[in-house]
Design a protein around this ligand. Structure first.
Ligand code: GLA
Length: 331
């Protein structure tokens, strides 16, 4: 049956529909995005949060920041986000092997997930399809560390046979391993004997654990005249620098280059007397924080998923170019 609307009824119907419009737009919940990080106390993650906040302000969504130092806290945080009616979250998990658990929890709560920094893997160690990732190009950035060390070794006229290469290692994290292996490969390609590479495994990825690991390695290897040090981030390398100082190995015998360029490195660079912390490969917490959060917002609001993998690059930063370089990168 076809209903013919009377001429007089048309404006009435139109205004009734107009009155309903605000209801319709309120029906969509405001966008809320979680940003979960494994080490909230680390300057890198503080910076990521800061730039994610900037994205929230620019785009007009609510950001929920939660520190997740272990698997239990991580699962509680995801449940909490669901209760708060968030639509998605960005995550750097405390252990990449929790990938399957993250994917399951997200699916159960109908939450979108993007990983940042550390790529989540399944039980077989394969990246989880369906979780877009943004991280650094670990091996390439590690090579930049190695090349930076080599340049300084050359300037000082050191003989590579007499140089010990301290690799503060956290090999259970793939990006951590790639970074330090990249550095070692660059040194070996230039002629550093493989036997001169000393692995110092850290139990946790902070300066204290790196300090302990480096201390043991220095003690066990008194034969080297000079040292270089590398690690997965500035905190790791700083542990080696402090351990060296404790043993009288200072900046004339040790060159250390980190990865990061956040406050940990800046604190070293602004000390009046230079330490063995020679440089760091500056990477971008702005891209990792702002872009992942903004990508999540687009995914939620326009159904446009971000690329499966985005790898970001870095630039060697020293005391000399720190101010200019950070400005160039908008930090
Ligand atoms: C890892 C490290 C952090 C930082 C990021 C950068 O998560 O633990 O310190 O280097 O990678 O992507």
């Amino acid at each position: 049956m076809k209903i013919k609307l009377q001429q007089w009824a048309k404006p009435l119907l139109a205004s009734a529909l107009l009155a309903l419009l605000p209801l319709a737009s309120h029906a969509a919940d405001p966008v809320k995005i979680g940003f979960l990080v494994k080490q909230a106390e680390e300057p890198w993650f503080q910076d990521e949060w800061k730039y994610a906040e900037q994205a929230a302000k620019d785009k007009g969504f609510t950001l929920v920041k939660i520190g997740i130092p272990n698997g239990e806290k991580m699962m509680a945080a995801i449940d909490n986000l669901a209760t708060q009616k968030a639509q998605g979250f960005v995550i750097c998990a405390p252990d990449v092997k929790l990938g399957a658990a993250v994917a399951r929890a997200a699916k159960r709560h109908d939450l979108k997930v993007i990983s940042v920094d550390d790529q989540l893997v399944d039980g077989a160690g394969k990246p989880i399809a369906g979780i877009p990732h943004m991280g650094i190009s670990g091996y390439e950035i590690g090579k930049q560390v190695g090349l930076g060390l080599l340049e300084e070794i050359k300037k000082r006229g050191w003989n590579l046979n007499e140089v010990g290469a301290l690799r503060v290692a956290f090999d259970q994290l793939p990006t951590g391993r790639e970074r330090t292996i990249g550095a070692v490969d660059a040194l070996k390609a230039a002629g550093l004997p493989a036997d001169n590479v000393i692995a110092a495994p850290q139990a946790k990825t902070d300066t204290e654990n790196a300090f302990n690991a480096a201390n043991i390695a220095f003690t066990k290897n008194p034969k080297f005249k000079h040292w270089v040090a590398m690690g997965m981030n500035d905190e790791a390398v700083l542990g080696a620098v402090r351990a060296g100082e404790g043993r009288g190995i200072r900046k004339d015998e040790l060159i250390a280059i980190g990865i990061g360029g956040s406050q940990t490195a800046l604190n070293e660079f602004t000390k009046p007397a230079p330490t063995a912390f020679f440089g760091t490969v500056l990477i971008s917490p702005k891209r990792h924080g702002y872009e992942t959060a903004a990508n999540m917002y687009s995914w939620i609001t326009t159904s446009q998923a971000p690329p499966a993998v985005t790898l970001t690059s870095g630039t060697l930063m020293t005391r000399q170019n720190q101010t200019e370089l950070r400005k160039q990168m908008g930090l």
